[in-house]
Design a protein around this ligand. Structure first.
Ligand code: CNA
Length: 393
């Protein structure tokens, strides 16, 4: 794995994202980047901002004829203009953000995600009481929860991580609706980049292309010696781990591990794209994360202060814990799949996502190329120039 100079360290506080380490403690909403003039502020202030959830919406998504047919996201002049404050349109965080999207104000979405997007796929997160990995660590026989991702601890005893790895290895779980929603953002030409902390590979499996994805905490796709970084066959490492053996470096005899980023380890080179991506974002979506791991958690504070941030999570986290919420911050609390389906409903994408999901999963199941026929580049171009074309829903 390509290594950057900075490392993921669980103890060090980061004054800014230029000093990048992984830490289990997050910064509390430091000053966001200085506001720049943006019509988004005006748009938002004209819109009704309510804690109320979006009222019941009908599932009226266009049914796609083909999984890979890109659907333009176009401004919907009627719905957008008929949604003044106090109007009859649905209100709440999701409705407000979807109005911005329909107005064509959102074209560069950055998605920041964590383990909560994969719990519906059957993969436990870290911190959910009862079901999270941290609540079920007795079987791994470790002194404290973070030890399982501590590189020094691994050096001493790789078995606990390998036991966990057996459960997390890609191949045993399927992407869920949330993953396909993010892929749909890409197909609509709206996804600037997805930054995920997850190591389960489900983003990749659902068809989000590599160039749209930053696996900030690495993945199981490659492996190397944890001491000398000599690359090792990922498949052979997997076979060994699955058979309760320790893969050994042929060069220095150190334990080999998948290139999942541990506390105290370097983050992948790709992570540093954030310095260009976040200032370009016109919407930040934060999905299923406790925002407890640095430097990832602080990324959410690096979009411009005029850029709306939407949190979809079971509970408020990071800067969304403050009351009242900062202007431009929106959240929808509850089960992520429910929230994302509600969002898709309001956008009119629900059937399209379901169709995409069914086709893609069938293709994966039948072992055919699920992305054959897709022309994501043209979909991107189409929707980015679609201001004058008709609405997609
Ligand atoms: P976390 O600290 O466990 O937080 C998860 C968040 O998601 C919590 O706030 C939960 O309340 C929320 N959540 C969980 N399920 C749902 C749901 N169904 N609906 C709504 N909200 C939900 O995990 P983070 O991602 O914040 O921490 C980062 C760690 C977790 C990374 O280093 C990962 O490597 C690590 N991790 C990854 C996976 C994976 O790849 N699937 C699994 C477990 C841990």
């Amino acid at each position: 794995m390509s290594k950057a100079k900075s490392s993921r360290d669980r103890r060090v506080f980061q004054p800014s994202v230029t000093r990048v380490t992984r830490s289990s403690v997050n910064l509390q909403d430091p000053q966001r980047i200085k506001p720049s003039a943006s019509c988004l502020v005006n748009d938002l202030s004209l819109m009704r901002v309510s804690e109320q959830q979006a009222s019941s919406t009908t599932r009226k998504g266009k049914s796609a004829k083909d999984c890979n047919t890109p659907q333009n996201l176009s401004p919907s002049p009627k719905s957008a203009l008929s949604s003044p404050a106090g109007g009859s349109a649905p209100h709440g965080a999701l409705a407000t953000i979807s109005r911005l999207m329909k107005l064509g104000r959102v074209r560069n979405i950055v998605v920041v995600a964590g383990a909560g997007i994969s719990t519906a796929s059957g993969i436990p997160d870290f911190r959910t009481p009862g079901t999270g990995l941290y609540a079920n660590l007795v079987k791994y026989d470790i002194p404290y929860p973070e030890a399982i991702f501590n590189i020094d601890y691994f050096s001493d005893n790789p078995h606990p991580f390998f036991s966990l790895a057996k459960e997390l290895y890609p191949g045993y779980h399927r992407p869920n609706y949330v993953h396909y929603f993010i892929r749909m953002l890409h197909q609509k030409g709206l996804l600037l980049r997805m930054y995920t902390q997850n190591i389960d590979g489900l983003e990749n499996l659902c068809g989000i292309p590599d160039d749209k994805l930053v696996e900030a905490h690495g993945s199981f796709a490659t492996a190397a010696c944890h001491l000398c970084y000599t690359p090792y066959s990922a498949e052979e490492a997997k076979q060994a781990i699955m058979n309760d053996k320790i893969p050994i470096c042929t060069f220095c005899a150190g334990a080999v591990k998948p290139n999942v980023v541990f506390f105290g380890e370097d983050l992948p080179e790709k992570y540093f794209q954030h310095a260009e991506d976040f200032p370009k974002a016109d919407l930040l979506m934060i999905l299923g994360t406790s925002l407890k791991i640095e430097p990832f958690a602080s990324l959410v504070n690096t979009v411009k202060s005029t850029v709306p941030r939407l949190l979809l999570n079971r509970d408020p986290v990071g800067p969304f814990e403050r009351r009242p919420l900062k202007r431009g911050d929106y959240m929808e609390l509850g089960d992520l799949v429910d929230s994302v389906q509600k969002f898709a409903d309001i956008l009119g994408w629900h059937s399209e996502i379901q169709h995409l999901m069914n086709c893609h999963e069938n293709a994966l199941f039948c072992n055919t190329d699920p992305n054959s026929g897709e022309n994501s580049d043209s979909s991107e171009t189409d929707s980015r120039i679609s201001d004058s074309s008709g609405p997609s829903n």
